[in-house]
Design a binder for this molecule. Structure first.
Ligand code: MN
Length: 378
């Protein structure tokens, strides 16, 4: 199933892009004779015909040749010439393979920013969704289109007419064949739809318009359109390409995606830096902090802060001193019950030294008093 895998590959490559595509054999046909090109800025649909393998060969030869010669800018003359080359290639292939009567349609578009060049042969179609309204750009080269134009039948009658699949121009038979050329300037937000007749013969324009208008993602939109054709009976191969017109070139769009990815990486790095700096600042703050607190009647020195984070204590015991809390001033005793926060372990040690001095002075004063008392008694 080369066509299926081609479709999947497009989907993988263009996961972030502004276009989507799908081709499906449908419910009745044995082979999918449609071929497509999704190779920005070139997009194309070719609907092969001729029975047996001939339709496949015709549409594949046509798209391969188109890709080889298509311009990279929206130059409609050059695109037309590429389709003429594709016509010659199909004629040549038909002769070589002895597959007389094989042919293919071709609706090809090159999109450059908002400019769209289209070259068209046969009854595949290009539509533009503009401000939510579907406009058919290409005119079918078919018996039905001619009869509708001549006022001989209505579009609804054409839908069920026995000769509805007769096309009046195709690639693969006439060396003098000329494609119709269309040049248009779309608006950002417009959507280009390329499709084979398998879509519009099964699904009314109104429904195509509504699916195009409401399915934002172009790949999902292409899928939804093919699903609608299958749900309606899927009598023919169905190929759909949906391209969002952004007003940017494909290259600019790629750069934007890259830029936004770079932006995301930079943002993550910045956040990591902030978190890292904060963690470093916090840990150095914790490591440089100390506090004094009463423990079993004695003054204890802790390194860190008297708090916890996510259930983990942010401090550890440095030592329990020999300083008895009861020996200190009343005000200091109250503060030690609560804990005295300090900027460093050194500061804590200095204060412990002061406490020890204070206690020693008190004891000296006490013993001096006692000796005086003794002396008095003597
Ligand atoms: Mn078809």
């Amino acid at each position: 199933m080369p066509k299926q895998s081609r479709d999947m590959r497009h989907r993988a490559i263009h996961a972030q892009s502004s276009f989507g595509s799908r081709t499906d054999v449908g419910c009745v046909r044995e082979r999918n004779e449609d071929s497509l090109v999704v190779s920005p800025p070139l997009f194309a649909v070719a609907d092969g015909m001729g029975g047996h393998a001939a339709g496949d060969v015709a549409s594949e030869t046509a798209v391969e040749t188109l890709q080889k010669f298509a311009p990279t800018s929206a130059n409609v003359e050059d695109l037309g010439q590429a389709v003429i080359n594709a016509n010659m290639a199909v004629i040549e292939e038909s002769r070589k393979a002895g597959l007389e009567g094989m042919g293919t349609t071709m609706t090809a578009a090159v999109i450059e920013k908002s400019r769209i060049a289209i070259a068209h042969v046969g009854d595949s179609r290009a539509y533009l969704l503009h401000h939510g309204r579907l406009q058919q750009i290409t005119r079918d080269h078919s018996l039905m289109a001619d009869m509708i134009e001549a006022g001989r039948i209505t579009p609804e009658e054409a839908r069920h007419h026995p000769n509805r699949s007769i096309i009046t121009r195709a690639l693969g038979s006439d060396p003098a064949m000329q494609p119709d050329l269309y040049e248009l300037t779309a608006s950002p937000g417009d959507r280009l739809l390329l499709c084979s007749d398998g879509l519009y013969s099964m699904v009314e324009d109104e429904q195509i318009q509504s699916i195009l208008a409401r399915t934002r993602d172009p790949q999902r939109c292409a899928s939804a359109l093919v699903n609608a054709a299958i749900a309606a009976g899927g009598l023919d191969n169905t190929t759909v390409i949906v391209v969002d017109i952004t007003g940017d070139s494909i290259e600019q769009r790629k750069k934007k995606v890259f830029r936004s990815r770079m932006g995301m990486v930079a943002l993550i790095l910045a956040l990591l830096a902030i978190v890292g700096t904060a963690a470093f600042a916090l840990s150095s703050y914790i490591n440089n902090s100390a506090y004094l607190i009463t423990e079993d009647g004695k003054v204890a020195v802790y390194q860190g802060i008297d708090d916890e984070f996510l259930g983990m204590p942010l401090s550890h015991l440095d030592r329990v001193t020999d300083v008895k809390v009861d020996d200190l001033e009343a005000g200091v005793q109250v503060r030690l019950e609560e804990g005295i926060a300090l900027d460093s372990l050194d500061e804590a040690n200095n204060i412990i030294n002061q406490y020890e001095e204070y206690v020693a002075q008190q004891q000296e004063a006490e013993s001096a008093k006692n000796s005086k008392k003794k002396g008095g008694r003597e």
